[in-house]
Design a protein around this ligand. Structure first.
Ligand code: PLP
Length: 375
């Protein structure tokens, strides 16, 4: 995919906000805790390499990504800190991870048994973290016998370096702690079964950390907080209060490329879902769902100049139209998503509008939009 550098549309990322959010979180950590910056999915749409470089400047201890390719991208960019792949990597790529000093997640005993010959043939040692499914129902050990067998398999096994053991919470962003606490108990049970001494036993994501859940975690897998967003995802509800101050880093900005008047009875967009009932001024913005700005945004108000204007008609693949209150010049700035958390077009408001969460809105903004860094 080529980034569109010859059209007026881009995702802007405030690097001072990124650094500040990480610094605030590091200050908030307990003395023995470390921060691993989660930069999966192109750093939640913010650009993985650049965000990782900023994170290094403010002293993070390591990184988490979702897939091996994301880890390799960081290594190619010169990132030397530990990197953990949180998802399940096919065993045939275990040697590639080992050669690059990348840590992989172990989902079950079979994964260990199948990856061992791949490693031993190549005389390699792989760094691993054992995943425990304590209630997310996604990946990891969930049966005692299998976990014990994996521990025995790993004792004195030269092909593996057991660096960590972790679990992931399904509802650390909820004010109701009951399910969260059941996961804490289940994980504690697995800790008792350990026959190894991993350096990092970790459970915290952003939510568990910034909502002060009191649970032991040697490191915090700090994701959404880096980007200045509150992890509480109460749909359309008020956010839970975070223990640290977060400053959103992302804005999505374009310009009007055409402004024209349409007359009573004329439609706008595919299917003519909007029909003018008088002479109206329509502005065209050169972004659409192919940029990740989905069709559900029809009707959402974005900022054109100093006015909030509704998107009228269906969002097209590469363009969308807004109804303007008055004639505005071609080239007028359009803020589709604001980094001001109070703005009516903040990413949280945008996510509420399309029945989603800001994580998804940010990740969907794709590579056709250049990322422009400032501060
Ligand atoms: C994505 C992810 C995180 C980070 O979550 P945030 O809510 O963005 O802080 C942490 N741990 C795991 C296992 C994840 O998949």
């Amino acid at each position: 995919m080529v980034p569109g550098i010859h059209r007026p549309a881009a995702v802007y990322v405030d690097l001072a906000a990124i650094r500040q959010n990480i610094k605030e979180e590091i200050k908030h950590l307990r003395p023995d805790q470390k921060l691993f910056a989660v930069v999966k999915a192109n750093a939640y749409g913010h650009g993985a390499v650049r965000i990782a470089q900023e994170a290094v400047k403010v002293g993070v201890s390591g990184f988490c990504v979702a897939i091996l390719d994301e880890a390799l991208e960081l290594r190619r960019a010169g990132i030397i800190q530990p990197i953990l792949v949180l998802g399940v990597t096919p065993v045939k790529y275990a040697p590639l991870a080992a050669v690059n000093g990348i840590s992989l997640t172990v989902p079950n005993l079979k994964w260990l048994q199948d990856s061992e010959p791949e490693l031993s043939q190549n005389h390699l040692q792989l760094k691993i973290h054992l995943a425990v499914d304590s209630g997310m129902g996604r990946i990891g050990f969930s049966e005692d016998e299998e976990f014990i067998a994996a521990n025995e398999f790993l004792l004195n096994n030269q092909n593996f370096n057991v660096e960590g053991m972790f679990t992931h919470f399904a509802s650390a962003d909820s004010s109701d702690d009951s399910y969260f606490l059941s996961q804490v108990d289940r994980f504690a049970h697995f800790k008792k079964l350990l026959k190894l001494k991993p350096r990092w036993i970790h459970v915290d994501n952003t939510a568990a950390s910034v909502f002060n859940k009191r649970v032991h975690s040697d490191l915090v897998r700090f994701g959404i907080g880096i980007y200045g967003l509150n992890p509480s995802s109460n749909p359309a509800g008020p956010d839970l209060k975070t223990a640290i101050k977060l400053k959103p880093a992302m804005s999505f900005v374009s310009e009007l490329v055409q402004v024209h008047t349409i007359h009573k009875g004329q439609g706008v967009g595919y299917g003519s879902t909007y029909i003018a009932d008088q002479d109206e001024i329509i502005g065209t913005v050169p972004v659409g769902y192919a940029d990740g700005f989905i069709r559900k945004f029809q009707g959402f108000k974005i900022k054109v100049g100093s006015e909030y204007c509704p998107i009228v008609g269906r969002v097209c693949m590469d363009q969308l139209m807004v109804k303007l209150p008055c004639k505005m010049a071609v080239g007028t700035k359009v803020i589709l998503i604001s980094n001001d958390p109070q703005a009516p077009n903040s990413i949280k408001k945008a996510a509420d509008y399309v029945d989603s969460i800001h994580y998804e809105v940010a990740c969907l903004l794709d590579d056709r939009l250049p990322r422009i860094y400032y501060n």
